[in-house]
Design a protein around this ligand. Structure first.
Ligand SMILES: Cc1cc2nc3c(=O)[nH]c(=O)nc-3n(C[C@H](O)[C@H](O)[C@H](O)COP(=O)(O)O)c2cc1C
Length: 159
């Protein structure tokens, strides 16, 4: 019998993460989603991955544009996270954007970003795993936005 999904959510919800907005741009137009299933995958070659729900509107945009930027959010960007966690067309209004070399819009106020070309799309159950080849990136600094047990959190000891 398959492991209970509510239990999986509850357990994995206690894996504290940062929060990113994965943006894409190109022939299909700009789009994005809030994502925490992001991981650094390989250093040589430089690869990063994000798992995207097959039902997400972002799916078509990512597949058509073949690029994405991983924008790591600061504690001041909880509203941005909420904006990109709402399904459907995304409102980029009022956000400071920089053009990535891949065509993905970069959130200038993020803590750090990676600009990626889609290297591979792998199956992952009800998600697809987008493996990105990192072609650019920068650390801007700031305090991270965290997510734990279904709530946004801030670091007690940001260092
Ligand atoms: C903290 C947080 C992390 C999330 N992580 C992911 C993720 O890794 N993959 C995913 O597909 N959805 C994730 N979501 C849900 C999407 O952001 C949400 O479904 C969004 O509405 C998708 O937008 P779209 O349908 O326009 O693509 C996350 C939501 C939150 C609040």
């Amino acid at each position: 019998m398959a492991f209970d999904s509510a239990r999986q959510r509850r357990i994995m919800g206690h894996f504290a993460t940062g929060v990113t907005v994965v943006t894409t741009g190109g022939p299909a137009g700009p789009h994005g989603l809030t994502a925490n299933s992001v991981a650094s995958l390989s250093l040589d070659p430089p690869l990063v991955l994000v798992a995207v729900d097959k039902r997400a509107h972002s799916m078509d945009f990512l597949q058509a544009n073949r690029c994405f930027a991983v924008n790591i959010l600061t504690r001041e960007q909880e509203d941005v996270s909420r904006r990109f966690a709402t399904p459907g067309p995304k409102d980029f209004e009022g956000l400071s954007l920089l053009p990535g070399v891949t065509g993905a819009p970069i959130l200038a106020d993020s803590l750090a970003f990676l600009d990626c070309r889609v290297h591979e799309i792998l199956p992952g159950g009800d998600h697809l795993i987008f493996v990105g080849e990192i072609v650019g990136g920068e650390y801007h600094g700031g305090e991270p936005l965290l997510y734990y047990a279904g709530k946004y959190r801030r670091m007690l000891d940001p260092g």
